[in-house]
Design a protein around this ligand. Structure first.
Ligand code: Q46
Ligand code: ZN
Ligand code: ZN
Length: 304
């Protein structure tokens, strides 16, 4: 297999794009694609301040790498969840994020959940739900709240996360199985801001997971290989496996599933729902916009 651009030996072959590239041209191609999507969905400009949520995984660190190479003003935010039994998942990922920031001369903010709220994610989950649920629902809520708070308090224009196409397709698949209209309405490459809530963007949402893996490896980015221990057996991993099976039989199926959803919505699939969408109001405790009556779900959970 030869590189389409220079004819040298290709190292990555993307069947869904009918495209093979050598290392150098692949490392150029991924940032070019990302830039295209940033522009296509009007995510942000070079004048705006971007906060990138970095977990220490391949996607978020690669996103940070790409944005700074493209000349965007992107600082990092690492949220220490305190998931440290056994694998030392949080300490190790924090070390790698910190190392990446130091080596590239980038600015990194660190939020330590235990220091801020007096308990780690597993401890909050245990207290608020008496251990009946996996920490993931608590974790998602706390992360979203902390990201919004930092973005607002430090004056960032936009919050960027490293979700790739496989992540987006898996979430879409889950929401489609239950036809969760509210979620389907909000899922996409860009979610506009609201009072107390930052604009959210996913610049990698059209790039396959294996393409991001190849980028991180070829670029020599040191990232955490282990997944969070709580992700084992999760439904999202199960959905990804199903979609991977589909993709291997029909290259491009994952991409077309996601992109045709975006197109369908754009042409009015959920227009009626959009009209009856619940009004947002600021949470009386933290000021972030919420559709829940009274306190936002984060403040309600923390008060428990
Ligand atoms: S970090 Fe948090 Fe994930 Fe771990 S506890 Fe669950 S949600 S699996 S992306
Ligand atoms: Zn080449
Ligand atoms: Zn609140």
């Amino acid at each position: 297999m030869k590189c389409r651009t220079c004819g040298q030996k290709a190292v990555v072959n993307m069947r869904q794009h009918k495209l093979a590239l050598c290392k150098d041209h692949y490392l150029e191609w991924i940032p070019e694609q990302t830039e295209r999507f940033i522009e296509k969905y009007n995510m942000f400009t070079r004048e705006e301040q971007i906060l990138v949520a970095v977990s220490g995984g391949k996607d978020s660190l690669s996103l940070w790498d790409i944005l700074q190479r493209l000349g965007y003003q992107a600082d990092g935010l690492y949220i220490c969840l305190g998931i440290d039994e056994g694998l030392k998942y949080s300490s190790e990922s924090q070390r790698l994020v910190w190392k990446f920031a130091a080596e590239h001369g980038l600015k990194l903010h660190i939020v330590d959940i235990q220091k801020e709220y007096g308990a780690t994610i597993p401890q909050i989950a245990l207290k608020s739900h008496r251990g009946r649920v996996k920490p993931c629902s608590v974790c998602g809520l706390v992360k979203r709240h902390a990201m919004n708070r930092i973005a607002r308090d430090l004056g960032y224009d936009v919050l960027a996360t490293g979700h790739n196409l496989d992540d987006e397709a898996a979430v879409l698949f889950g929401n489609t199985l239950t036809w969760s209209g509210e979620y389907l309405l909000r899922q996409g490459p860009l979610l506009s801001g609201a009072p107390g809530l930052a604009r959210k963007v996913k610049p990698l949402c059209r790039i396959y997971e294996r393409e991001m893996l190849a980028y991180a490896l070829l670029r020599g980015i040191e990232y955490i290989y282990d997944e969070c221990p709580f992700s084992i057996g999760s439904t999202s991993i199960y959905y990804k496996q199903i979609l991977n099976k589909l993709e291997s039989d029909r290259p491009g199926a994952k991409q077309s599933f996601y992109l045709s959803f975006l197109d369908a919505r754009k042409s009015g699939l959920f227009a009626e729902r959009e009209e009856i969408q619940a009004e947002l109001h600021p949470c009386p405790n933290c000021g972030q916009s919420t559709s829940a009556p009274g306190l936002c779900s984060f403040c309600r959970m923390m008060s428990r």
